[in-house]
Design a protein around this ligand. Structure first.
Ligand SMILES: [Zn+2]
Length: 294
């Protein structure tokens, strides 16, 4: 798969980029929950281990108050067994991972990032918050940044149970908490003018999506509430979601608003469709068929 490292787009006067931080492969059945395989395999074809390719796409916003990075991919701290199980392909040349290559393609270095925002703290969203140095120690990947997380998501990640512990790996967030560079927020908040943190629960209870708005235009970085364009239909919900009926309610509200206000949708995990808009003629007032944005 040859996707560009960095793709520029605009929201009003704000310049934004989607950054390709690599690829992972997850079980197709788990990615589509109760949707039967004959339906989902037509959207994204599985490999011999029943895994489907998933992008690790991040969002970069060139905001006048500082460079904002939303989510950080998987990072470089995991061992060979982990990388094989999850089919991770995220090696880079400019830094620890492909995310640093993508940042460079957009014209930036890790030290330029002023704000790192995590939709949630699963390893494929927060893994690049930190990186393993050659001496084995773990350091912040963006040393000049404030790291923005939902307070209750950090608490939820730090107190996992048997179901959640494989996804919440402390080296991705504990060093941030210890560094003094953490900024915890509670619920909906406009952290910078035009950069809105919007709670979007369901996948995990304190998941958030990020809305970028300027001059009458808006884009939403959905995170895992709608990980790919194939997950736009209301009932296409991941088996990984802890509260699938909450995901359903969140999707109804978010997607109706996205259609009404003509938001661009940015998909974190879609291997082919980075951005799309919704058509507004479907049975719910919008069509779940995405219109890709070039
Ligand atoms: Zn997740």
């Amino acid at each position: 798969m040859t996707t560009p490292l960095a793709t520029r787009f605009t929201v009003g006067r704000l310049v934004c980029w989607t950054l390709d931080a690599g690829l992972q492969r997850l079980d197709g059945g788990a990615m589509f929950g109760v949707v039967p395989k004959p339906l989902w395999e037509r959207r994204i074809a599985p490999d011999a281990r029943n895994r489907i390719p998933l992008a690790l796409r991040c969002l970069l916003v060139e905001h006048p108050d500082g460079l904002v990075l939303v989510d950080t991919g998987i990072g470089n701290k995991e061992n060979e067994k982990f990388l094989d199980i999850y089919g991770v392909d995220n090696s880079g040349t400019a830094g620890p991972t492909r995310l640093e290559d993508a940042l460079a393609a957009a014209g930036y270095r890790p030290g330029d990032v002023r704000w790192v925002v995590n939709t949630h703290l699963h390893f494929d969203h927060a893994g690049g918050n930190t990186f393993r140095q050659s001496d084995g120690s773990v350091a912040l990947a963006f040393p000049g940044a404030s790291y923005v997380m939902q307070r209750r998501e950090l608490d939820f990640a730090a107190h996992p149970n048997e179901r959640t512990q494989a996804s919440y790996l402390p080296p991705n967030f504990a060093p941030v908490a210890a560094s003094g560079r953490l900024r915890l927020v509670d619920g909906e908040l406009e952290i910078l003018p035009g950069v809105l943190l919007l709670p979007s629960p369901g996948h995990v209870p304190f998941h958030q999506s990020i809305v970028v708005r300027d001059a009458g235009e808006a884009a939403i970085f959905l995170g895992d509430i709608v990980p790919t364009a194939a997950h736009l239909p209301a009932a296409w919900i991941m088996g990984y979601d802890l509260e699938p009926l909450v995901t359903l309610a969140t999707k109804r509200v978010l997607l109706a608003r996205a259609a009404r206000e003509e938001w661009q949708l940015v998909f974190e995990h879609d291997p082919a469709v980075a951005r799309a808009r919704l058509a507004t003629d479907g049975e719910n007032g919008y069509s779940p068929v995405p219109t890709p944005v070039a």
